[in-house]
Design a binder for this molecule. Structure first.
Ligand code: BGC
Length: 762
């Protein structure tokens, strides 16, 4: 996969640049990253440890400080009290805690570990830093809409700067689960439906969190989760069964994890789900044969929360002792929260059911990681109460949040160039449950961020208007319940206005863990609000708040302008206002397809053709389609408009053939005929017409964001080589087969753009 990644860089950068990259210091860093360095003292230390102390190094617990913040985000469990945890640290029975409450808490526990415990092994502190610490950036899925992996590297680095300042050594991030069923609530934490985007954003986020030096006090260890295929849950139901071919696993679901580990992540988290009958947490094939054997991973794996214990209800482990044995033997080094390792591992080793060498190996990995984080040199390197405050929500990070926010916004539709709005001369009715108020701003999976410190939409819009009185703000409806008199007030406001901005969608509680939905729609009371407002007849701009792709209907789908604004975090209101009033031209693209109806899910652009493909044009019977709708997206993956008028023309192919060891140039002329500047995301897709294993209708192979001034025209070209045309063959290994390929350069996965074909020669 490393080769594939480099070959894609080659595709985008061109062969000469690729050769330079192969010889560059940056590549040397890529290769060095991901190596576990085990200092000599680690084995000496292990030799002095009791079995109880060893099991302690493999036991991570939710912080009990202040009642335990973590329990708000996880199912409640019988945690210890904070004084008990301090005592456990003194006895060497704890490797660290997670989702604690900052430097002060960390200092108390660290003192107990390094001053009062027998062997003085430092603790490490973990947290779910998913999209920011105090400054909250857009939810990960939204950030992927930027099609700008380097933006994710920068926000991850900024999150690490704040979090490491608060004593956090290790983040449970990035989540890189490919999600192709939008009913699943956790797609919001990841990279969307596409493999290439998933790989690039996994790589970027790891680099951002970790930087070049894991000892630095503004960096933290990344954790690739949830290994593996958690996003493949049947029916999009969280925690549900995953049953898939090894080929699909290797081709679609595994590459983003591999990219994250290749980028240097030295920890990973086992997923809750089973894969084809074997829970990941107990899968020796996954955790040891594939991950360590085939991929050469050297770091350590932690269970996801009580994932080891959950093998009992899975029907895979008999009891807690059996679960601890199965998980450790599979290759899960550390147990989170269940306490099963420290309860059972000493006895399991004494009875011979777990070899001592296996236990020691896991302890070695964890201690080496603590050394790489610099904790043996200075256990307090990230624990500094003054620095914690000094780094919190600095203007530079807020401005990065605003940049990331506006780059994440996707313009689905803009009939009659309704957007951007003028700053003066129009009365605006801002209507909907997300129009104003300090709620639903930071989004799901935030431990330390605060809605109260985020900018709401009304504040952002008001800041842009010279005449503040030209804005009327009305709630109109609750999120899932109607509001008494809400519709009447909304209709009255719309009547007084020239234009309506309708802020509707999902609340942050409707996505995230355990928040799967059966219907991925705007909730009914808000639809009624939209219908009533639309009946007034004023132009409507829908500003969607959403953490997944939605099936848009009725007045929402029919509105002349629709913006997808996700959960954008601290700078929500400013970022949306930047786009509404044109200070920033929208450039985001959908990382997940918006289907026509919920019932199409799982819907993703890279589906197979079937023997009876759904043809374009008038409906034909007996084709792979549902009653009443074509089996295509309403707004496909990759779709997103700009304020320019973009034309794709003149496909250029360097040659009609591509030799197995060669390259082919594919280009097109992209022109902005509009009178506003535009950032266009130019996408290259391929389709393998015939192969020994059937291939998707299209696959994204490269993309580039180009800035086009009004009237500007540019030739955008890419280079493809045979390795870009690779797939997982019949023997479940990467293979390349000669034959005919279609190629498109297009503005989305389902638009024609410009199209041609070439032959890959044997
Ligand atoms: C989630 C993980 C998270 C962990 C710790 C689990 O419920 O699945 O993503 O890192 O809790 O909060």
């Amino acid at each position: 996969m490393l080769n594939m990644r480099i070959s894609r860089r080659a595709a985008v950068m061109g062969a000469t640049a690729a050769a330079a990259w192969l010889a560059s210091p940056a590549r040397a860093l890529v290769q060095a990253a991901g190596r576990l360095v085990v200092p000599g003292f680690v084995d000496e230390l292990i030799a002095r440890m009791t079995l109880e102390e060893k099991a302690g190094q493999l036991s991570l617990m939710a912080s009990a400080w202040g009642g335990g913040k973590a329990t708000a985000l996880n199912p409640p469990s019988e945690g210890s009290s904070f004084p008990q945890q301090v005592e456990e640290a003194r006895q060497g029975l704890l490797t660290g805690v997670f989702n604690g409450n900052g430097a002060r808490m960390a200092r108390i526990l660290q003192i107990a570990a390094v001053k009062d415990s027998r062997l003085k092994v430092p603790l490490m502190f973990a947290a779910d830093i998913i999209h920011g610490h105090r400054t909250i950036f857009p939810v990960p899925l939204a950030e992927v809409a930027s099609f700008e992996p380097d933006l994710a590297r920068r926000t991850a680095a900024a999150a690490a700067f704040e979090a490491a300042g608060a004593g956090i050594d290790w983040t449970f991030s990035p989540m890189v689960d490919v999600a192709r069923d939008q009913r699943w609530g956790r797609g919001v934490e990841g990279g969307g439906e596409d493999v290439l985007l998933g790989r690039l954003f996994a790589d970027a986020r790891v680099r951002g969190f970790q930087g070049d030096d894991l000892k630095a006090n503004d960096r933290m260890l990344a954790c690739i989760k949830h290994f593996a295929a958690y996003g493949g849950a049947e029916a999009g139901l969280d925690y549900n069964t995953v049953d898939m071919s090894e080929r699909t696993l290797r081709e679609v679901y595994l590459p983003p994890y591999k990219a994250g580990f290749d980028a240097g992540a030295l920890s990973g988290m086992a997923s809750f789900n089973e894969i084809s009958g074997i829970p990941s947490t107990g899968s020796h094939w996954l955790m040891t044969e594939l991950l360590r054997g085939e991929w050469g991973f050297q770091g350590f794996i932690v269970s996801d929360y009580t994932g080891d214990e959950e093998m009992i209800p899975h029907g895979f482990a008999k009891d807690g002792r059996d679960a601890a044995r199965l998980a450790l033997l599979a290759g899960v080094d550390m147990s989170m929260q269940s306490g099963l390792y420290r309860k059972h591992l000493p006895e399991l080793v004494r009875s011979g059911d777990v070899p001592l060498a296996t236990l020691d190996q896991s302890v070695r990995r964890v201690l080496a990681m603590k050394a790489m984080l610099g904790l043996f040199d200075d256990p307090f390197r990230r624990i500094d109460e003054k620095r914690e405050n000094a780094r919190s929500m600095l203007p530079v990070n807020r401005s990065l949040a605003r940049e990331a926010g506006r780059k994440a916004i996707v313009l689905l539709k803009n009939d009659g160039d309704l957007l951007p709005l003028p700053r003066t001369g129009k009365r605006i009715a801002l209507i909907g449950p997300f129009a104003s108020g300090q709620h639903d701003l930071v989004g799901p999976w935030v431990v330390y961020g605060d809605d109260a410190r985020a900018v709401d939409l009304a504040t952002g819009v008001r800041a842009e208007l010279a005449d503040k009185a030209s804005l009327i703000v009305v709630e109109g409806s609750g999120v899932e319940e109607p509001l008494a008199g809400g519709i009447e007030q909304a209709v009255a406001a719309a009547r007084q206005a020239d234009v309506v901005v309708l802020a509707i969608g999902e609340s942050q509680g409707m996505s995230g863990e355990a928040q799967s939905r059966t219907e991925i729609v705007v909730p009914e009371p808000q639809l009624r609000l939209a219908e009533a407002v639309a009946a007034v007849g004023k132009p409507i701009i829908v500003v969607l708040k959403n953490a997944r792709a939605l099936a848009l209907q009725g007045a929402v789908a029919d509105a002349p302008a629709i913006l997808v604004t996700w959960f954008l975090g601290t700078e929500t209101g400013h970022a949306i206002a930047d786009v509404l009033f044109g200070a920033y031209g929208p450039s985001g693209r959908l990382p997940a397809s918006f289907p026509r109806k919920s019932g199409q899910e799982p819907y993703y652009y890279a589906h197979k053709t079937t023997g009876r493909p759904n043809p374009p044009g008038p409906r034909q019977d007996y084709k792979a389609q549902f009653r009443g709708i074509p089996n295509s997206a309403l707004y496909p993956f990759g779709h997103g408009l700009t304020y320019g008028k973009i034309e794709y023309a003149g496909l250029m192919l360097g040659s009609p053939t591509l030799p197995m060891n060669g390259e082919i140039m594919v280009g097109a002329r992209i022109t902005n005929h509009g009178d506003r500047a535009a950032d266009e995301v130019v996408q290259l897709y391929i389709h393998d017409r015939t192969a020994s294993v059937t291939r998707p209708v299209r696959e994204l192979k490269a993309f580039r964001k180009v800035a086009l001034a009004p009237g500007q025209s540019e030739v955008v070209s890419f280079r493809l080589s045979a390795s870009d045309l690779q797939f997982i063959g019949r023997d479940n290994r990467p293979t390349v087969e000669a034959g005919m390929f279609d190629v498109w350069i297009a503005p989305s996965a389902e638009s024609e753009g410009v199209h041609g074909s070439f032959e890959l020669l044997a």
